[in-house]
Design a protein around this ligand. Structure first.
Ligand SMILES: NC(=O)c1ccc[n+]([C@@H]2O[C@H](COP(=O)([O-])OP(=O)(O)OC[C@H]3O[C@@H](n4cnc5c(N)ncnc54)[C@H](O)[C@@H]3O)[C@@H](O)[C@H]2O)c1
Length: 262
């Protein structure tokens, strides 16, 4: 058997991916079922979940879940449903995040948009990680969690609700990795650059700032996500932030926001 053969144990391991209806979450969820991992595709958008599962290599291994992760009751429902259909969730990917709009700069963002960004990213991320970890600890089973953060966890994006939510998630990865390590549960961050997916309407001109010369695609993230999730490949990796950005973070490319008439 070569090093990269069978990165997952299809019998004992199963995954939950949030934001699986689109973009990076969809690419990771589809890649997981492609590796034979039973996976819950969770998203607020039922149509995109159905389409993502249909387009998977092995739709029979994919289970849909539709709900709004800003709502604490929906998080409980997701945990209950995932436990029911998968038995045990050993691998968790948190990719769900509300859309970013340039008009939500520091003088434009409303309290509702601020709260929703934090609820879906940080509060849902913490709650789902903690509950899934508690179950794994009780069952004496290993786990691997991957949270989607951003380069803007450490550099401003002109979207303070987004950058602060991602900064919180980035610290959450470190907190959880430190606490859960003794139980064999690894927690890492995947840090995308400019990825032409649903959450980021990319100006193609941005490519000139990217050393590898192009914007990223969701499928640029999936192979590394699987490598970090795999206990066979990355069993000694936790608390890490894995950057997949074509070298974009070597530059600082954003101008201050357009504020309009003052
Ligand atoms: N695309 C990029 O360039 C980029 C860069 C840095 C970080 N990221 C992060 O990567 C992750 C995925 O980004 P993407 O570009 O694929 O985004 P996307 O918008 O394509 O996908 C996000 C998914 O989350 C779902 N979602 C939104 N709100 C939800 C809610 N309340 N409950 C459940 N699901 C909800 C959406 O329906 C969507 O399917 C996000 O966390 C994003 O912040 C993306």
């Amino acid at each position: 058997m070569s090093l990269f053969d069978r990165p997952f144990d299809s019998a004992g391991e199963a995954a939950l991916v949030t934001g699986a209806g689109n973009g990076i979450g969809r690419a990771i969820a589809q890649a997981l079922v492609g590796e034979g991992v039973r996976t819950v595709f969770a998203d607020v958008n039922g149509d995109t979940v159905t389409a993502a599962i249909k387009a998977s290599a092995r739709p029979e291994l994919a289970m849909p879940w539709v709900g709004d992760l800003a709502d604490p009751a929906a998080r409980e429902a997701l945990l209950a449903e995932s436990g029911k259909v998968l038995g045990r969730v050993t691998h968790f990917v948190h990719s769900a995040s509300p859309p970013r709009r340039e008009s939500d700069h520091a003088l434009g963002v409303t309290p509702e948009i601020w709260a929703r960004m934090h609820a879906v990213n940080l509060e849902a991320g913490f709650h789902l990680c903690r509950e899934l970890a508690q179950k794994l600890i009780a069952d004496n089973e290993a786990g691997s969690f991957l949270l989607l953060t951003s380069l803007h966890a450490s550099t401003p994006r002109n979207l303070p609700h987004y950058s602060t939510a991602k900064a919180g998630l980035s610290m959450l990865v470190k907190e959880l990795a430190k606490t859960f390590g003794r139980f064999g549960i690894r927690v890492n961050a995947l840090v995308p650059g400019a990825i032409a997916a649903g959450g980021f309407v990319a100006d193609p001109a941005l490519a000139r700032h990217i050393p590898l010369g192009r914007l990223g695609d969701a499928n640029d993230l999936a192979p590394l996500a699987l490598a970090v999730l795999s206990n066979r490949i990355s069993g000694y990796v936790t608390g890490a932030a894995i950057v997949v950005d074509g070298g974009l973070s070597l530059t600082n490319w954003f101008e201050p926001p357009e504020l309009g008439e003052m």
